[in-house]
Design a protein around this ligand. Sequence first.
Ligand code: 4NP
Length: 172
Amino acid sequence: MPRRSKPGHATKTSAPILPSRLEPSQILFVCLGNICRSPAAEGLFRALEPSVDCDSAGTASYHVGEPPYGAMRQALKRRDVDVSDLRARQFSAADFSGFGLILAMDLDNLAAIEAQRPRGNQVPVHLFTDFAPQTGVDHVPDPYYTRDFDGCLDLLEQAAAGLKQALAPRHS
Ligand code: 4NP
């Protein structure tokens, strides 16, 4: 029997293997509400790698049209990252046509994304934490519940750095 672990509680140490034909000039970051983790990931990564067109979305519709959560905006501002221009939107199957890479913040998001994959579509969907194997975690804990906004950003920064490194050969 394969070992099964509760979503969000397994550890993961292997580095992701990106398909060689992957050229993600457009990357979508996805969480649940699109007001904490994914807009933060978008803001951090667009600051780190301006040549990539970034966007973010939530699998739920609760906060559509809202700016990123205030406490997250403030935590980002302390790191000189401004996300005040972003507005929440809901992930849809059409996003499989608009992006070369989709990155989920946790396993529930990943499952919700995959449930909408159009037949025959092959856009890679990964956990964002796949790009930070050194952390040993397989999800980005949700600061909306944990209230640990700085810890969330520390993890997102590591994943963003790993993603930039993984894309570097394709952008040189
Ligand atoms: P996010 O956090 O998925 O990182 O944006 C959440 C924000 C709001 C809710 C859930 C998660 N909510 O249930 O309202």
